[in-house]
Design a binder for this molecule. Sequence first.
Ligand code: 5AD
Ligand code: SF4
Length: 469
Amino acid sequence: MIVESKEAIKVEKTTLDKKFHLISYGCQMNFADSEVVASILESIGYSNTNTIENSDLILLNTCSIREKAEQTIRKKLSSIDHLKKKNRTLKIGVLGCMAERLKEKFLIEEKIVDLVVGPDAYRDLPNLLKEVNSGNDAVNVLLSKDETYGDINPQRFNTNGISAFVSITRGCDNMCTFCVVPFTRGRERSRDPKSIINEILDLENRGYKEITLLGQNVDSYLWYGGGLKKDFKNASEIQKKTAVNFSKLLDLVANEFPKMRIRFTTSNPQDFHDEVIFTMKKHKNICNHIHLPVQSGSDVILKAMNRQHSREEYLKLISKIKQILPDCGFSHDMITGFPNETAQDHELTLSLMEEVKYDFGFMFKYSERPGTLASRKLDDNIDEETKQNRLSEIINLQQKHSLENLSKYVGNTTEVLIEKESKKSNDHWAGRNEQNIMVVFPKKNLHPGELVEIFIESNTATTLIGKAI
Ligand code: 5AD
Ligand code: SF4
């Protein structure tokens, strides 16, 4: 069944006594969406289970960003197929970007899923599940102009109870030529600031100490009463006058919740406004860390990627931020082996990294995504070995910079929010400092949620090791 209407028919909460198991892949946005999905499922009587074998409904919230991500999900689907033989009423569904990209093909070709739901159609889950439980397949992959799930209080499963994501925008209008996100998550729209504040208030009341404002492109946040970002030009004069942009939202949240630590991700160089830097400077509770993807250090490649900023503009922005916020940490996303990338382009990426000296980064080989402009217009002509060699070079350089940057903390103290037990030792806590660097230290009589000064004694490329003072 293809659902024509995005409106969900109200479904009475029942005592269904059905269990769902939800697995999330990909970006933080997907993990945040899974919490919205869990909330919708619980409202109709499903409960969450960690054991896949016990569940009546298995949902995979999927990612399409690179081919490898999709392969991982296909493997998972094959590996759970046998569960249907054991439990004939078990239903399996795919949510998220891969659902949006492949639509009903998933049901027809794979035949192991019963349900396909795109990122803007989760409100329709109650209806779709009714269909599925009556033995029909169900698909809703409609994208929306205004869906932000603003009124749904996410169900924080898999949480440390200390830090949470709060989504502020959905979709992306940037159309980087390599990226599938504008196709799978639709056009950019912002969430009502009131609903953002309400969600943070609820988190604060439940003891959370840190929030990360989340969006594909947070700097282009713009609330003028709802609707797509691109339609703002048609807004009324009053809407234009009272519109809230990202720096205003940050200011609002920081003022409203002075005890909450505030982070945000992801920033985009071309949309980054100076007021954001000044708002960060004004508020001690906004963490001095900016995740600022650049993707390449070469202007030729940046242009082919449709990145809307040059190498020089990017470097100028970084140096402006460093001037105003000297202790700001930076991280990046980088792609190697984009079509036609020459050895010289690659050298320019390395030299940009040398100039910025990021604390950490996420580095990827270019993966051609069907339907993107790059896949339609450009030949994926950098061989796998060259892509891999270039990737290894940038990873090694990043490792060197991370080691250098983190070693500067040794002998000094840094403020850390205790989040959880260290993965490697149950005698140690782990938490992050303002710059988003992981810090581990002996537990002593400290507790998660406390802000503590840690004296740093040593470091690796990813972690600072110290003790509370
Ligand atoms: N190939 C490789 N990496 C990609 N990214 C997005 N699309 C692709 C692609 N087709 C990376 C970018 C982006 C991050 C989320 O994923 O670096 O910033
Ligand atoms: Fe994709 Fe570019 Fe949008 Fe990021 S900014 S989601 S890379 S299109």
